[in-house]
Design a protein around this ligand. Sequence first.
Ligand code: ZN
Ligand code: ZN
Length: 110
Amino acid sequence: MRPDLTVLCDQHQRPMKLSVVFIENTPSGQNWNEVYVCGDCGRQYHPQFGYFQLEGFRIKEAGQSRHDCPRHAGQALYLRSRTGQGQDWVCLEEGCAGGTGAINAPVALP
Ligand SMILES: [Zn+2]
Ligand SMILES: [Zn+2]
């Protein structure tokens, strides 16, 4: 995870903090994960899961607010900035231009 990035909470549009949290139900089976956490609402972001909320140590509502990078399969974009025009969702991968730009269309939930 890159500490130089500004990852915004998709609910508050406030910068999130890099942290390490224990998650019981990740697809990879890995329990300790580096994630970005919102200091206001506790919402978290991980490039594999997108934005999510923890209930106990489990991810609930996985897949919500998720935009996938068109170039990296399974890589969820994060919210970099928000303007009057819309939201700017970008990919975490270094040098990837995938997803740059405003995405205003609603995302279909799985
Ligand atoms: Zn928040
Ligand atoms: Zn990408």
